[in-house]
Design a protein around this ligand. Structure first.
Ligand code: GLC
Length: 571
């Protein structure tokens, strides 16, 4: 995993040249950090506010599209700026809660551990390493993963330390501009790396960045989620600091456009969802999450909405905004109609007729009721529902995935009723989804013959382990954010208490195994940074709920829920 097979050097002018057989970047000094790291304006708002009142429909109306642009972007960026809950703390102090009511001895330990994970490039902090664990084979856990850095970044932003986040955003943006090749195949311009690391050449006493766009990753999986997280993080940074100068840089505007061009280009698709290969997100191994996985669809939706707030609506930006607005309408309709499952919808599928032809078909994807798994009938509570894992012709993956459902709530892909239903489900199925360690990455595990077929006999993904029904502490921040957004912080409090009983004692494992998450995962890394940061972010959000605004988008009031035959989400 740590061997890289391409090399690109970037000179002072930002030009690239292939160098040798490893992927490195040299002399990225063409960005003036001192200018970019100007301190953001002082911040002083401590309430949870609706952030993105501008509606999509409003955007489609051309006068507003033209004129409301700057006003609404400014509103998102500065009017509702979120303050660090306890003021700006010294970069090297270990912050403790000033309010005290949420403080726990683990918080200080977590900050110390998070700081130990920081990665520096030529004297500047640029990210956090995936795991500080020397007891296991490193593989690529010594790298800064884009997705893993998100909770770290949020913790730093909430703590009033935006510089590391800005550096990260700019460095990864430079990496995006590399010419990326796997064997003889050139990757899309907009692709963001899965991870990068700093290489120190002791002979030249020189540091270079080495990135992995999937060409070194186990299974050569494509990091589709990286670009979406990058956009989401750029908006969180802008929201948190009130400083839109970073997002407004032509380089950042171009970066957003390049990422989204990869997704919005016309093709053969019959659905607005994004078609992906297996393992292209947090679940970065073969796990039957190919096709239209919920994690990617929810992140795609959220990134599109964030991009609307970040993109300048001029020239190229305006064209993309129009594309985004159209796609969002189609995507929300599709997801809310076909991915949503509750008792009523389940019963409808159970009674589906098959082989229906023409646009009058009720069973549009020709799902065969016999393909409904046994467990889902018991799992579905009377009140509650969720977005299922995947929908494509004759295939519904009924598994529950944590990340996709939480992001659906935060992005308002889920209607308020659907969001409530997701929280109801989590409460009703507490033992299964939270158990002894929050939170199950997916439920249930696949086993036996199905495990052989779906995972290709993956020994790391045996039942109730790792991606196959394992419990991931990092998901605590997403759960907490979703709880706060839906007005149910007590659920988060309960989950955090469960985590606090073990997380630090067990040295911040990457994941836990077992039906209720009782065992430290078989191959779990210790001191896994996103487990640490996820806990901190959860704590800080509970302490100051206004922080949730960084990662939450209000419902677009104009985007009416689809009235479906079963009308099932109004449960
Ligand atoms: C594992 C996880 C992936 C994570 C990486 C680094 O590969 O599946 O989601 O980004 O480790 O922590």
């Amino acid at each position: 995993m740590s061997a890289f097979n391409m090399s690109v050097d970037v000179n002072q002018n930002g030009n690239m040249k292939n160098a040798d057989s490893s992927f490195t970047v040299d002399d990225i000094d063409d960005i003036d950090f001192s200018k970019l790291l100007e301190k953001p304006r002082p911040l002083n708002i401590d309430r949870l506010r609706s952030l993105d009142e501008r509606s999509l429909t409003e955007l489609t109306g051309s006068p507003q599209l033209r004129n409301a642009d700057n006003a609404s972007r400014a509103q998102d960026h500065s009017e509702y700026v979120i303050s660090p809950s306890v003021g700006k703390r010294s970069g090297f102090n270990t912050p403790r809660s000033l309010h005290g009511f949420e403080s726990h001895p683990m918080v200080g330990e977590a900050w110390d551990a998070l700081r130990r994970s920081m990665v520096y490039f030529r004297g500047q902090p640029v990210g956090t390493i995936a795991a500080v664990d020397n007891s296991e084979e490193k593989l690529n856990y010594d790298q800064v993963f884009v997705r893993d850095f998100v909770p770290s970044a949020l913790a730093f932003l909430m703590n009033g330390e935006p510089d590391i986040v800005k550096n990260f955003i700019l460095k990864t943006l430079r990496l995006q501009s590399w010419e990326k090749k796997i064997d003889r195949f050139q990757l899309g311009e907009g692709v963001m790396p899965a991870s990068f690391k700093v290489f120190h050449d002791p002979v030249r006493n020189h540091e270079t960045l080495i990135a992995d766009f999937g060409e070194s990753a186990i299974g050569r999986v494509a990091p589709v989620d990286s670009g979406f997280w990058w956009i989401i993080l750029l908006r969180a940074y802008t929201k948190s600091t009130g400083d839109s100068s970073l997002a407004d840089m032509p380089e950042c505007q171009k970066g957003i456009r390049l990422i989204l061009s990869l997704c919005l280009s016309e093709g053969f698709d019959t659905f607005p969802t994004l078609l992906c290969a297996d393992g292209c997100c947090m679940i970065d191994r073969r796990m039957g999450v190919y096709g239209y996985p919920i994690e990617i669809q929810a992140l795609f939706f959220m990134a599109l909405r964030c991009a609307l707030l970040l993109l300048k609506h001029d020239g190229e930006g305006k064209e993309m905004v129009e594309q985004i607005v159209k796609r969002l309408h189609a995507l929300s309709y599709h997801m809310r109609s076909y991915f949503w499952l509750d008792l009523k919808q389940l019963n409808d599928i159970y009674r589906y007729k098959t082989e229906e032809y023409s646009h009058t078909a009720v069973n549009k994807f020709n799902v065969i009721p016999d393909s409904l798994p046994e467990w889902v009938f018991d799992f579905m509570p009377a009140h509650g529902g969720f977005f299922i894992g995947n929908v494509s012709p004759a295939r519904m993956d009924f598994r529950w995935f944590a990340l996709g459902n939480c992001i659906a709530i935060l992005s308002s892909l889920a209607t308020p009723e659907q969001s409530t239903a997701i929280m109801d489900l989590i409460e009703s199925r507490w033992e299964e989804l939270v158990g002894e360690m929050p939170l199950k990455v997916c439920y249930p595990a696949i086993e036996s013959h199905e495990w052989r077929i779906v995972t290709g006999c993956d020994p790391k993904n045996t039942r109730w382990s790792y991606h196959n029904g394992g419990s991931w502490p990092v998901l605590l921040w997403l759960l907490t954010a979703a709880c706060i957004k839906t007005g149910r912080p007590q659920i988060a409090r309960r989950a955090i208490e469960v985590a606090e009983a073990r997380l630090h004692k067990d040295h911040w494992p990457e994941y836990y195994d077992g039906k209720v998450g009782r065992y430290v995962g078989k191959q779990s890394r210790k001191n896994q940074t996103w487990s640490i940061a996820g806990y901190l972010v959860a704590k800080m959000m509970l302490e100051d709920p206004s922080h949730v605004g960084m990662v939450s988008l209000e419902e677009d009031k104009q985007m009416k829920p689809v009235m479906r035959r079963s009308n099932s989400w109004t449960c």
